[in-house]
Design a protein. Sequence first.
Length: 562
Amino acid sequence: MNDIRRTILWVIFGFSMVLLWDQWQLSNGQKATFFPKPEVAAPAKTSAAPAASASAVPTAATAAVAATPGQVPSSVPAAAAAAREKIEVTTDVLKLSFDTEGGSLVRTEFTQHADFVDSTKPLVLLDQSSNRVYMAQTGLIGGDFPTHKSPMKFSGERSLKDGQNELTLRFESDAQNGVKLVKTYSLKRGSYAIDVKHEVVNSGTTNVSPQLYLQLVRDGNKPAGESSFYSTFTGPAVYTEAKKYHKVEFSDIEKNKAEIDKTSPNGYVAMVQHYFASAWLLADGIQRENFVRKVDTNLYAVGMITPLADVAPGQSKSVSTQLFSGPQEEKVLEALAPGLDLVKDYGWLAMLSKPLYWLLDKLFSFIQNWGWSIVALVLLLKIAFYWLNAKAYASMAKMKAINPKIMEMRERLKSDPQKMQQEMMKIYREEKVNPMGGCFPIMIQIPVFIALYWVLLSSVEMRNAPWILWIKDLSAPDPFFILPIVMTLTTLLQTALNPAPPDPMQAKLMWFMPLIFSVMFFFFPAGLVLYWITNNILSIAQQWMINTRMGVPPQFNLPSFK
């Protein structure tokens, strides 16, 4: 039975190594060895333009066809394109760039968050450059109406002044087929959510029934600075109350296999990446049509289309929306819209991860240091699982106590495997030892600690958060590799305290496993390594105490590599 337990653990470890190797290959631009995925094409230097009519929405166009950034639709005079301008706007937390072509938001800088690659620069999310295409666009379809390719006139202030809590920007198009589109952006102090009012003015002589589209257009490349040792999701996401949160892989869009709620009276559309997200939000009760589609080579769009009621001549209709572009701060996202906090992706363990984050946040409110809050959280978990761990370590202590008898029996009966197995089971019965007793209590806790792993990996609060001395950023690897070395030593100490496997080869391999495992942690965020070290130290202390109490003095089972 002991051999069976070791075999199960080795199968789990081996499969984990396969998955990690595949992610390493993908992160370095190579094809996966065991679970290949389609290659991502080179970045496209294109933007998206809307379809000419509403009839094109359900199929190929869904509100967008390819166009180069400088291209102007045939309905727009070339002279108008020459007046195109980038409008720079700043608040206390944002530096934004709007394009007078369509009044689109084409660049967002977060002044409170450092860049992944160069920490001296602010992080840029939306961008329109040779390295990145990522924009928020809106316009009208259902006729020859203003789109995000139409030139607009800007009015308003360009910076949030001291003592001012709100900044208003206005982009107004010329009348096109008798229809004028006015976009009003309202930016608030300390907020990453932007109120966007779309007003449709009919200056023509007949009724019009336009549809408003809201879309986020992005290339399919991974964000710069992503780790090669763990994988996070980058791509579109759609949320509705009916289908809940649904991520869409770029590869599924390529294959036309994306499955989303096409129509809904609620929800949002978003572009998600590690720590940050952008989303278009519409109030509940407004009917909308959701879409994801490929716009051009390595360029994808996610968006929604909502119909406007007939606008009579001389009348106007308006739709209020919100554009969020910022960090995935859970409490902020929860307050903005139902389900928006799900862009902070905990995966299938969200039901465990969310309460763990809540507890971590509460600890931080008292401690005011994320590093010590991690230590305190692991301590509380260890206290919660104390009796479960005690059973596991007690079982290990019993195994350790009878290990000399097992080893002597195996040596004596090594020529008769069947009798050896029978004799081993007899010893277990006589000594009242369950060889799986040390395994099951620990396996029950694994989901909790995996959930905590995802909390620490996905929480933007860890970015640039210091702990002590040389640890200035819990989301970045330890620059001096001190924490990974400590983690390796504590893991080896744990291995030395455990009963040595009867099989000599297994005994040697059990020493290689923590070494191989520890190598990965040299490149993991310091916050994750700190969590693992704390767990190791508390486990060693409890194991040492239980062994001593049971009369099994702690011994270091050092390997023999003869």
